[in-house]
Write a protein that binds this ligand. Structure first.
Ligand code: ADP
Length: 163
């Protein structure tokens, strides 16, 4: 059974994340979406809120793709999380050159920590490539319309948070 781990902060989940999840579902039998607790990033939404938002989308995507999707909060090393969920593959999304430098280092170091786990990079559809949670929050905070970047329930959650 091929198991993939797609880790992130998902603060909140965007259409960019959803596009990557859909593509990852084509590659694995089970996709574990790892929601990082990430206290350092000072998330806008609590872990419980982020997990609930990811779960709502995951249910829909699992039905649509026929791939099993599991949402798994984690607070340990990514490579340990991959072992915990028996993932052979870590899935990451690549947006622009800016992501590359960091991802390049992560792969290099994770490979030393555990050479048996492979990292694969997927690119979102051009339409969704520029989307970043950080900018979505910034736009929503300033009263901008983010409906082209997130699903309706996430938009509602952002409106509520910034009202
Ligand atoms: P962000 O970097 O927006 O805060 P996360 O930390 O939750 O998002 O990102 C989780 C993973 O999803 C990372 O690999 C990130 O590069 C990827 N990702 C996020 N947004 C996009 C997008 N619009 N297109 C492709 N990959 C993305």
């Amino acid at each position: 059974m091929r198991i993939g781990l797609y880790p992130g902060t998902f603060d909140p989940i965007t259409l960019g994340h959803i596009d990557i999840i859909r593509r990852a579902c084509l590659l694995v039998d089970r996709l574990v979406i790892g929601v990082a607790i990430n206290r350092d990033k000072g998330p806008l939404f609590s872990l419980e809120e982020r997990v609930a938002m990811v779960e709502a989308e995951a249910d829909r995507l699992a039905r649509e793709t026929g791939t099993e999707i599991v949402v798994h909060p984690f607070d340990n090393l990514l490579i340990d999380c991959a072992r915990d969920v028996n993932a052979q593959v870590i899935v990451r999304g690549l947006r622009a050159i800016a992501d590359f430098e960091y991802e390049y280092q992560m792969v290099g170091m994770n490979r030393v920590l555990d050479a048996s786990v492979e990292t694969v990079f997927l690119m979102a559809d051009a339409h969704y490539q520029a989307i970043a949670s950080k900018l979505v929050k910034e736009i929503a905070r300033l009263g901008g319309d983010v409906r082209n970047f997130v699903t309706a329930p996430v938009n509602e959650a952002l409106l509520e948070r910034y009202s």
